[in-house]
Design a protein around this ligand. Sequence first.
Ligand code: SAH
Length: 329
Amino acid sequence: VRSTLKQLCRDWSHEGTKERKQSYGPILDALTTLYSHLSFEERANIRVLNPGCGLGRLPWEIAKLGFRCEGNEFSYFMLLVSHYMLNQCPAANQHIIYLGLILLYIYNIYIYIYTTNVKTLADQFRGIKIPDVSPTDLVLTTKRYDLMSMVAGDFIEVYPSNQEYHDFFNCVVSCFFLDTAHNILEFLDAISLILKTDGYLVNIGPLLYHFEDMSDPSIELTWEEVKASLPHFGFELVQEKLTLPCVYTNNPNSMLQTSYDCVFFIAKKIKSSNGALSDYFLKPFFFKKKKNAFMNKWKWFPICDRAQGRVSKLKKKFPPLSAKGTSNT
Ligand code: SAH
């Protein structure tokens, strides 16, 4: 709940402007540059997917530029609050006309009450005003009702396994999302599958692998390794920026400041993925029979030397199935 409230500040408050500019700004700039040859009306033919869209501000901004944008999210907390913001909160549906002035319903949320590293009580009890814009502006400025949609569900379950999404999107934009995967290569494979040829993956984020310290299986590749894997999924790297400072749900008044040096990249899908290469990174630990096939494939994978060390580490962490077919993980 607390992280959803902090996300509310990131996505829908004036305080979040700076971090939205840092994280969403490069993505919005990339989209306008990539499709600069299209008019505002023509942009509606460009299908953009934003998986892991949190509270929906990024897909909203993309749709506001005229693109047809689908947000995808699997957290009930995020889905509930984004639904509220986009469809239910009074500012989303109506403006109150009072003495000739148009007012918005504004809420105060007190997200710093439980935080430490605070200098003053005033800081701790500081209310954050929500929202900074009326979500209805999307419809008012674009004069269209059909540019933005949200799909609830696990990205991997909703998209690559659904035939109608194959070769479907012109662009996938991911922001602080790729590292939420158990297996980042599975995400890249899935993105390649749902992108049209000549489509783009635009990404910004760190590599703070979400399952790093958990008992769930996880591979934690470096950016160098992720980059080396891109051609296997049919991608050509067209732009790379290595040090974009970005904060995430940051309290600017806190005595503790954390900032990421994010990687930003644009990769173009120039051909189809080499198949489910990503499977071979994790499945051998669960399906012993696949091991030989995995090892054969492994040989021609360029990052194998570095990754081989990881395999040994992973094997210790996740022992293969026992002879009886049961796992102790
Ligand atoms: N893009 C947003 C949120 C990033 S946090 C922003 O930059 O603010 C990552 C988000 O991805 C979380 O909201 C999490 O719930 C979501 N997520 C993680 N794994 C997912 C999956 N497999 N399918 C859909 N959403 C996922």
